[in-house]
Design a protein around this ligand. Structure first.
Ligand code: ADP
Ligand code: MG
Length: 254
């Protein structure tokens, strides 16, 4: 069974390496599990996911990230992707003139070992089977990437990309922009369709709402760069009811 282990992790902006944003975060995710991280704005949730994926704007200044006990810190972002990490693109740029089908094909090709060629017939077969799984209309993939997409269509593109890449660990950052209910359902239905023993998910969300549709195995509350509480799905409900001030007060009295 595959394991993603985040060990006492410190992350800062590459430009400001002496100012940590993530401050000693520890978390282990096994394939087959869905973990949710919740927390107030500005607490370092997006920084955490980008640092794990290898975003050049962020530097890991302490701790380690390991897949199956092997550190990934020396790996380039594409090597991390090949090792099974997927960071959902929140807003892949619009790519007018490039169809989703061709964009995904390039993404799948990029994950292959050097010299290995993607077989076109096999690719389309896989694409269509994933689209059926996710109940996506065939017409969708002939559209240009994100060109005039609604929020829901962007999410559909992101989920389809995830299905095609079959990551072992998906980092899904729902940001704080707020998804409308349609987009939320698309993400939730997609994740639930892919849910299984081979996939581990780190679901980052500001809102408890998403967790009504995707029931996580564990919920972590992140505050000021660390995980300060862990529980099951009832913790998300407690947070919804009491708000983040409850966490702060709890910490102050601890
Ligand atoms: P969250 O996702 O929990 O809202 P972020 O990880 O986006 O939090 O941000 C944590 C803190 O780091 C915030 O104070 C934010 O302003 C700062 N930060 C993150 N990324 C950048 C960046 N690229 N440039 C400047 N500040 C950043
Ligand atoms: Mg964020």
């Amino acid at each position: 069974m595959h394991t993603l282990e985040i060990r006492d992790l410190f992350v800062a902006l590459t430009e400001q390496p002496d100012k940590p944003i993530v401050k000693g975060l520890t978390l282990t995710i096994k394939a087959g599990e869905i973990h949710a991280i919740m927390g107030p704005n500005g607490t370092g949730k997006s920084t955490l996911s980008k640092a794990i994926a290898g975003h050049p704007g962020y530097v890991i200044t302490g701790g380690d990230v390991l897949i199956d006990s092997k550190s990934i810190l020396e790996m380039e972002p594409d090597e991390r992707a090949r090792a099974g990490i997927f960071l959902a693109f929140q807003y892949p740029s619009e790519i007018p003139g490039v169809s989703i089908a061709n964009f995904l094909r390039a993404a799948v090709q990029a994950r292959l070992a050097e010299g290995e060629e993607l077989d076109a017939t096999a690719y389309y077969k896989r694409l269509y089977s994933k689209m059926d799984l996710l109940k996506i209309d065939r017409k969708f993939t002939s559209r240009a990437v994100n060109d005039g997409f609604s929020g829901g269509e962007k999410k559909r593109c992101e989920i389809l990309q995830m299905a095609m890449l079959e990551p072992t660990f998906a980092l899904m950052d729902e940001t704080d922009s707020g998804l409308d209910i349609d987009a939320l359902r698309i993400v939730a239905d997609g994740v639930n369709a892919m849910r299984g023993p081979k996939l581990g998910v780190l679901m980052i969300t500001h809102y408890q709402r998403l967790l009504d549709y995707i029931v996580p195995d564990q919920v972590h509350v992140m505050y000021d760069g660390r995980i300060v509480k862990t529980g099951d799905k009832s913790l998300a409900l407690e947070l919804e009811a009491k708000g983040y001030d409850w966490v702060k007060q709890d910490l102050a009295t601890a």
